[in-house]
Ligand binder design. Structure first.
Ligand code: SF4
Length: 259
């Protein structure tokens, strides 16, 4: 049985369970639906899967295909998830998006209004700033993976509660295990609290210092939303990102000159 068939079988079992519980409808975001439909339309295993980026070695293509299938299956589970109260007010789930073999995985807190509307992570103002940071590092959004500790928007953009983060964390754990990033960048205190189950984190004290999440080098830094309120703090984030680039053995791009 292929990984996709296994995942589809698990999803079918979960939907049957919901049916037995008299649940008659499940929400599926346009983004998640498109991901599933794309997989269902894709050629079977005899045809090599598309490489995740133009630079990816051909030998890794089938691996990336399996990762895509598993990620789509996780996204489908998230779309049907009712494990915490955040399912009650969401418009769309936001499972995460990006490269299937990323060097860097950025993990934020949770979807905001725009992300909830589109089903895509970091597309609001803070997301635009994150995109600028990624590009300043010499990457594109498509070359990294971007996700959150909770996949549904907390009402009024409140901070996710510990029980909500604990309920959602298994999805992120599975995504990290599949994607195997070389480095994780945890954006803001809530991301660190959620990942490390530590409610006492002070991001201003620990930012810039390497942590280890399941053996993966993890850099805690400030959240882009904080940078929108405190632009001078961008300097600190850039220092942290330079540390990440050095760990990856990548050159540090010169800052762009303003015209
Ligand atoms: S936040 Fe996570 S655990 Fe809660 S309903 Fe959404 S997907 Fe499920």
């Amino acid at each position: 049985m292929s990984p996709f068939s296994r995942a589809a079988s698990k999803l079918r079992a979960h939907l049957n369970y919901l049916k037995e519980e008299n649940v008659t409808e499940v929400e599926v975001s346009p983004h998640n639906l498109a991901a599933l439909q794309q997989r269902l339309r894709a050629p079977r295993a005899s045809t090599p899967s598309p490489t995740p980026t133009a630079a990816a070695p051909i030998a890794n293509a089938p691996v990336a295909g399996n990762v895509a299938e598993e990620l789509a299956a996780i996204a489908a589970e998230i779309a049907a998830c009712q494990k915490c109260r955040l399912c009650e007010s969401r418009t769309n789930t936001v499972p995460g998006q990006g490269n299937l073999q990323p060097e860097i995985m950025f993990i934020g807190e949770g979807p905001g209004a725009e992300e909830d509307k589109q089903g895509i992570p970091f597309v609001g103002r803070a997301g635009q700033l994150l995109t600028q940071i990624i590009e300043a590092m010499g990457f594109t959004r498509e070359q990294v993976f971007i996700g959150n500790v909770v996949k549904c928007r907390p009402p009024d953009n409140r901070v996710p509660m510990p029980d909500e983060m604990a309920a959602c964390l298994p999805y992120l754990e599975r995504q990290i295990a599949l994607l195997k990033p070389k480095v994780i960048v945890a954006l803001g205190a809530t991301a660190v609290k959620g990942l490390f189950n530590d409610p006492k984190v002070s991001i201003t004290k620990i930012r810039g210092q390497w942590m280890s999440y399941q053996g993966i080098d993890t850099m805690p830094t400030l959240h882009p939303a904080y940078l929108l309120r405190n632009p001078p703090a961008k300097r600190e984030v850039w220092e942290d990102m330079k540390t990440v680039l050095t760990r990856l053995g990548r050159p540090i791009p010169a800052p762009k000159k303003r015209s």
